[in-house]
Design a binder for this molecule. Structure first.
Ligand code: FAD
Ligand code: EGU
Length: 473
């Protein structure tokens, strides 16, 4: 029949992992007219009460918004988020200073992870060519036949076979695990010595935000850091980042209160002393892993995206934004290749791998920088210098975080442009220093001559002869 014929022609894809990236990608592939089956190992979160142990709000920035726009969801998500126009830096004596992200229209959004996932799943389900299968955990998949083996909630094994397996099953991806068995598949993962723990700053007594609402609150303390993003219910989800061995050294209320009084004194009344004790001492810090791998595809049969392909440390707020941008990149390539997977998948690896590695390096660099040098003073100075230069030379001096969070400049280009800026800046500063130094020497020399001084101080002599040598050289 015609229906049978059409079914034969229509690409049939399986999306393993119905998290943020999988649900969004289901919308993209449905838009392309593919038959899409989404297999998610957890239950339908839309029927669930609370999902614990995840960063329950996230910073959505330009790349993620563009991806949502591509399936008509940007307004829906932005409507349910809170704009953050600046960081609010909390220093140890409780002083707070804002640092704008840029101009009025340059802001990032705090969005609720669960709401985002629910909206994406519901949107995907609206397509008649999309079917969601919850409680289906992928066990193995065969990249020659496209056959997959799932385990459902009853423990039974369920088979399916498709034209394309899409692995969006997160940092501990089962699809990637299968790919690791293939030859010439490069893989590396690193757990960092820091863990993170979510705390909560509830609304104040009169049900208002306990701090300024439209800010990304940061308590940078070198080795430790706390970050708070606002929620629609006027609370702040607060994430404490600290080395695991420090977490484990705080075992009772006294140690906890001493630590917070010393490091984050202004946060104690905000978190609530009793609530802080209860949640801190009853929670376990969670690990953070970074994964790099290559290639992202297997022939014309499988591709991995999102954390399954590139798990990042969260110190740039780009993990989800990067995974969402993966969907645009693949969709554009499928346009260019006329949905020919044999061409599109290798092209996806060729384009996306270098960018994912770049943002992975940037996030790790930020982690190292944060951990070593960034306290509130330095953070302020660095960002203010960035913003000043950006005001003076808006075309040439675009701060790195602006390129990453407010443009779709390819991640690896953000790094090369930054390196160029660094060269220009160090050269300019060196020249300015030399010119400044030379003019200082010349004017000092003239001053001494003018006053008829016979012999000049040693440093001036040395400086003059150095300059003469340099000019002659
Ligand atoms: C503390 C913290 C803060 C963060 N902050 C930000 C931020 O501010 N901004 C930002 O952009 N990103 C942030 N991130 C990163 C962001 O959370 C991830 O990048 C994002 O969740 C990745 O989405 P994903 O769909 O690729 O993977 P996941 O969200 O992990 O989804 C994977 C899905 O696959 C399912 N699954 C797993 N295995 C199987 C299997 N075998 N079979 C079937 N289904 C399976 C899982 O149940 C899950 O639903 C943060 C991360 C952390 C840890
Ligand atoms: C929910 O848990 C988390 C955890 C970490 C993050 C987020 C949410 C959101 N994050 C963002 N980071 C940037 C950024 O570009 N940089 C350089 C920053 C990096 C760090 Cl670590 C920081 F603390 C501030 C900035 C800053 O500039 O504000 C954004 Cl822009 S958003 C980090």
């Amino acid at each position: 029949s015609l229906r049978k014929m059409v079914q034969e022609q229509t690409k049939h894809v399986a999306i393993c992992g119905g998290g943020l990236v999988g649900a969004l990608n289901a919308c993209y592939m449905a838009q392309r007219g593919y038959r899409v089956d989404v297999y998610e190992m957890r239950q339908d979160i839309r029927t669930q009460e609370i999902v614990r142990g995840r960063s329950i709000n996230l910073a959505l920035s330009c790349r993620g918004r563009e991806a949502l726009k591509g399936v008509g969801l940007e307004e829906t998500i932005v409507k349910n988020g809170i704009p953050m126009h600046a960081r609010m830096i909390h220093d140890r004596d409780g002083k707070r200073r804002p640092i704008l992200y840029g101009t009025r229209d340059q802001y990032i959004m705090s969005v609720d992870r669960r709401l985002l996932n629910e909206v994406l799943l519901t949107e995907a389900e609206k397509y008649e060519n999309v079917k969601l299968h919850f409680n289906h955990k992928l066990l193995t998949c065969n990249f020659d036949t496209g056959e997959m083996l799932f385990q459902n909630e009853k423990g039974d094994q369920v088979k399916a076979s498709v034209d394309l397996v899409v692995g969006t099953d997160g940092a501990f991806s089962a699809v990637r695990k299968q790919m690791m068995k293939l030859s010439r598949f490069d893989y590396q993962q690193t757990y960092i010595p820091h863990g993170y723990m979510e705390l909560n700053i509830p609304p104040s007594a009169d049900n208002e935000f306990a701090m300024e609402a439209n800010y990304l609150h940061i308590w940078p303390r070198n080795e430790f850091m706390m970050i708070a993003l606002p929620n629609l219910d006027r609370s702040f989800t607060t994430t404490l980042f600290m080395p695991f061995d420090i977490f484990s050294s705080i075992t009772d209320e006294r140690q906890l209160m001493d630590f917070f009084t010393d490091k984050f004194p202004d946060s104690i009344p905000l978190l609530g002393q009793e609530a802080l004790k209860k949640s801190f001492l009853s929670s376990k810090p969670l690990p953070m892993v970074t994964v790099k791998c290559e290639p992202y595809h297997v022939k014309d049969k499988a591709v991995i995206m999102g954390d399954a392909a590139h798990a990042l440390v969260p110190f740039y707020g780009q993990g989800m934004n990067c995974g969402f941008e993966d969907c645009i990149v693949l969709n554009d390539i499928l346009d260019q290749c006329g949905d020919d997977f044999a061409k599109a998948l290798p092209e996806y690896t060729r384009i996306r791998n270098v960018d994912a590695k770049a943002i992975s390096d940037l996030a790790m660099y930020n982690y190292v920088e944060m951990r070593s040098s960034v306290n509130s003073k330095l953070f302020l100075i660095r960002k203010k210098l960035d913003n000043l230069l950006y005001k003076l030379f808006p075309k040439t001096w675009v701060p790195l975080y602006t390129m990453v969070s407010f443009t779709r400049i390819r991640y690896h280009e953000c790094i090369s442009r930054r390196e160029w800026q660094d060269k220009v800046l160090t050269h300019t500063l060196r020249t300015a220093a030399v010119l400044g130094g030379v003019s200082l020497l010349v004017s000092a020399h003239a001053l001494y001559r003018h006053q008829g001084a016979l012999e000049m101080p040693g440093w001036l002599q040395a400086g003059i002869s150095l300059v003469e040598g340099w000019v002659r050289g």
